[in-house]
Every structure is written in structure tokens, then in C-alpha cells.
Design a protein around this ligand. Structure first.
Ligand code: PHE
Length: 477
């Protein structure tokens, strides 16, 4: 069944550039602005970064093309699209099962994504209030949170985590906005949001990076991010880089299949996919160049981990000129990036409900947005009331993790690589070759290069991440 609007026609993007903007919005998210700098910092910088970039272009880009191909050809929700390509290629429709896994993964990811975005919302609120009080005091260019000691600033995160009501309110607000946009549909919801938010995001990113270049230590940041110390590239680090490349490009959860299914008319998927991969990687690198000059200028630790953005940076903003203003804008920037990604995540199960269950868009988005909200509540309670709960206590890899980290770890280390693996096998080996050539608009030399990557390189490399990620002992480090 194909979802349709009142006029009987399935929804679609208004233009090719609208699709690109929405897809870049989906790709650019917490993964770029929060997780990439965190991982680059934890994993020693340069070698991780260069290996990451190689993963994006050798493996990620061919997978981006493949997912968009599936959606654009199928013109249906993720599961329906794979089924249609299977039909057209004369292979079993059971292949669509990996689409179901993607739908479940996207649903699970949006549940904790909204909780993390809720932390960002809280900090945006704190920094916003602080900036307003700076303006009212006639000193708009002062540093951030001037009245607070370093301990008090660092303590904010712990206080937030100990407060389920505050966490819940933030999660509710963020999920509410996500649901609102998705319920409005492709054109007046998702496309409209991307059209407003993405330009805003890029302006903020460039402005804060330039600021960092002036007041921060750009030299140290460049050296840290781009001077490889290859001894730091252990198998575990490669594994992390590859997993991060998949997550950041929104691969393996049927996100690009779903967005691709709203493409009308023909367009060459090569240039479109290259734009998405370049934009996503550019934003990740720029985020590093935005954050690390500030971190180094104040002599803070780049390897602080997930709290880098939440604890380390607010402290840095205290000592920097116009820190109150820039700190506020910084959290607004992350929030904007998070919204355009969370809507793409919620759209995956929503489209499935419309296409496979025959639900209205409103009902489908409410069912899945509501469901994800409830799972998110479990995630945030895992920081306080339910801090003893271990969902996968029987599985050594996940046994020690709280609820949010378990869902994050399981989706990221199991579901997402599996989704990417099956996408590669299906498109590389099962899909009809003529159909692929016709629908991607790629031919000749580049078709051969792409085919080699999708049929051989991706299954091997992604299969390796999957196995080494699940059985870390194999690598011996
Ligand atoms: N790519 C997004 C980010 O980097 C996360 C995401 C994953 C979005 C999968 C959609 C699908 O934050």
C-alpha cells in the first residue's frame, strides 16, 4: 500500500535541493556536533579523524547511494521500497525484513536521541537566561555564568541527571517539537523545517568557528585534529570510527531509504550523495575546529568524553570574551542540528505505519512519537531512580551500561552495522543491475568503482565492525 495525501498522490519533496537540504539536515546532528568531537578527543585526534574520513568516502558514500536508490525506486516506506526493488529484481520479498530492522532501530534511536537533545535544551535555557541577565546588567559581552565557580558549573550536569522531572520536561519539549513537525508531513513539516533551520545552522557554525579562531587556539586544534599518530589507530579505534561514520551519515536505519522515497522525477544520485557526504563530513570537521580551539585556549582536556560539550565548554565560555552570548548560540546550534535529525528518525517508523498499516500520518506519528517518548522516559530514569537497571546484563559487552547507553550501544553496534551490511548485500548482489544503473544515473567507470565498494568492500568492512564490535576480545586490546 502506498501512502497518499487527500488528493491521492504520495507526498514528495518540492525540488532536488529540498531533498538535499532535508537529507543533510538528517545527517548533520548530535553525531557531528557532540559525538564526533567527543570521539576524536577520546581517541587521540589525527589518526582517528583521517581514518574516519576514509570510512565516509570509501564505505559511507556507496551506502548513501544505495539507500537513496532503494527509496527512490520503491517510492514507498522503507519496507515497501525494499520489497518493490526485490520484486522488480525477481528475488525473494523476504529481503524487506532488513527494512523492518531499520524501522525498529530508528524508533529506538529517536527515543534516546530526544533525551540527549533535552540536555542540550536545558543548557540552551541556562545559557540563554544568563545572556539575558548580562544584557539587562548592561554588559552583554561578558563571559558566561560569571557568578558560578568551576565546581558549580561542572556540578550542573550531575544536578540535571539527578532530577528526573527536569530531564522529563526537556525530553517532552524536544519530542513534542519533533512530533509536531513530522505530523505536518513532508512539505509543510520536514521540508519547511529544514529550509529554515539548516541555513541558520550553517551561519551559527561558521560564526562560532571564526570566533574560536580569534579568541581560541586554532593552531593546537589543527595539529590535534589533523596530525596523525598512527600508533593510536588500534583496531578498537578503527571500529569506533567506522561505526561513527555510519551513524553520522544516518546509514543502516533506513533513514535515507525513507527520505529517498519522496524524490519525484529523476536526478543523478551520484552528485546528490556526494553533496550529502561532503556536507556531513565538513560539519563534523568544522565542529572540531569550533570546539577544540576553545578547549585548548583554556587548557582543558580534549579527552573529557561525553561531558566535553556540557561541562568543559561552559567553563571555557566563562573566561572568554562574549562567552555568555557565544555559549548561548553554541547550544542553540546543537539544538537546531538535533531537530532536523530527530525528525528524520521519527519519519522512518511514521512512514512505515502509513505505508504498511494504512494509518493516517497523524496517527502514525503519534503512535511512534508517543512510544519513543515512553522509552525515552526509561532512558532518563536510568540516570536516577532506575540507575541499577541493566537491560542486557547477560551480555558482557552491555552488562555494565545504564538504560540509555544500552539502547545506544545495541543500536549502534548491532542493528546499524547489520542494516548497512544487508543493504550492501542486497543492492550489491541481488538488485537488478539495469535497474540500479537506470535509477542511480551512474554508469561506466564510477559504476564499477561503486559496485566494487558496495559488493565487496562494504560487506567485508562492515561485517568486520560487526564482529569486532560484538566480540571486542578478538582484537586483544
Ligand atoms: N546522523 C544523525 C546524527 O549524526 C543521527 C541519525 C542516525 C539520524 C540515523 C537519522 C538516522 O546525529
Amino acid at each position: 500500500m502506498v501512502a497518499s495525501t487527500a488528493s491521492g498522490e504520495r507526498e514528495g519533496w518540492s525540488s532536488r535541493s529540498a531533498f538535499i537540504l532535508a537529507a543533510v539536515g538528517a545527517a548533520v546532528g548530535l553525531g557531528n556536533v557532540w559525538r564526533f568531537p567527543t570521539l576524536a578527543g577520546e581517541n587521540g585526534g589525527g589518526a582517528f579523524v583521517l581514518f574516519y574520513v576514509a570510512c565516509v568516502f570509501l564505505l559511507g558514500l556507496p551506502l548513501v547511494i544505495s539507500e537513496i536508490f532503494l527509496g527512490r525506486t520503491g517510492q514507498d516506506d522503507a519496507v515497501g521500497s525494499i520489497r518493490k526493488v526485490a520484486e522488480k529484481s525477481g528475488v525473494s520479498k523476504r529481503w524487506s525484513a532488513f527494512g523492518i530492522m531499520g524501522v525498529i532501530a530508528a524508533f529506538l534511536i529517536v527515543s534516546f536521541y530526544s533525551v540527549v537533545a533535552g540536555w542540550v535544551l536545558y543548557y540552551a535555557g541556562v545559557m540563554g537566561a544568563d545572556f539575558i541577565s548580562a544584557v539587562l546588567a548592561g554588559d552583554p559581552f561578558r563571559g558566561a555564568l560569571m557568578g558560578e565557580s568551576q565546581d558549580a558549573i561542572q556540578g550542573r550536569m550531575g544536578d540535571l541527571f539527578a532530577n528526573p522531572v527536569l530531564l522529563l520536561s526537556m525530553h517532552l519539549a524536544f519530542m513534542g517539537v519533533t512530533l509536531f513537525i513530522v505530523a505536518r508531513g513532508i512539505g509543510s513539516g520536514i521540508e519547511a523545517a529544514a529550509t529554515i533551520l539548516m541555513p541558520m545552522f550553517f551561519v551559527l557554525l561558521i560564526a562560532i568557528t571564526i570566533y574560536g579562531a580569534f579568541v581560541g587556539d586554532m593552531g593546537d586544534a589543527l595539529a590535534f585534529l589533523f596530525t596523525p599518530d598512527w600508533s593510536k589507530l588500534t583496531p578498537q579505534v578503527m571500529n569506533t570510527a567506522l561505526g561513527q561514520a555510519l551513524f553520522s551519515l544516518s546509514l543502516g536505519v533506513a533513514g535515507l531509504i525513507t527520505y529517498g522515497s519522496y524524490i519525484k522525477g529523476s536526478s543523478g544520485l551520484g552528485p546528490t550523495s556526494i553533496t550529502i557526504a561532503f556536507a556531513d563530513t565538513g560539519v563534523a570537521l568544522l565542529s572540531g575546529l569550533m570546539i577544540f580551539p576553545i578547549v585548548f585556549a583554556v587548557g582543558l582536556d580534549p579527552a573529557a568524553g561525553p561531558t566535553l560539550v556540557f561541562q568543559t565548554l561552559p567553563f571555557a565560555f566563562q573566561t572568554m570574551p562574549a562567552g555568555a552570548l557565544i555559549g548561548f548560540l553554541f547550544f542553540v546550534l546543537i539544538l537546531v542540528a538535533a531537530v532536523t535529525s530527530s525528525i528524520s528518525l521519527l519519519e522512518v517508523p511514521t512512514a512505515w505505519g502509513i505505508g504498511e498499516m494504512g494509518w493516517s500520518r497523524r496517527k502514525s506519528s503519534l503512535v511512534f512519537g508517543g512510544g519513543a517518548f515512553l522509552i525515552g522516559i526509561a532512558c532518563l530514569l536510568g540516570y536516577n531512580l532506575w540507575s541499577d537497571v541493566r537491560l542486557l546484563s547477560f551480555w558482557p559487552l552491555f552488562a555494565e551500561l545504564d538504560i540509555l547507553d544500552t539502547i545506544d550501544g545495541f543500536t549502534g553496534k548491532v542493528m546499524l552495522p547489520l542494516g548497512a551490511f544487508f543493504t550492501a548485500i542486497f543492492v550489491g548482489w541481488k538488485a537488478d543491475r539495469k535497474l540500479v544503473e537506470q535509477m542511480t544515473g551512474i554508469s561506466g567507470f564510477w559504476l564499477a568503482v561503486w559496485r566494487f565498494s558496495i559488493a565487496w568492500l562494504c560487506p567485508l568492512a562492515v561485517g568486520t565492525i560487526l564482529i569486532t564490535g560484538l566480540f571486542p576480545g578478538i582484537l586483544g586490546d
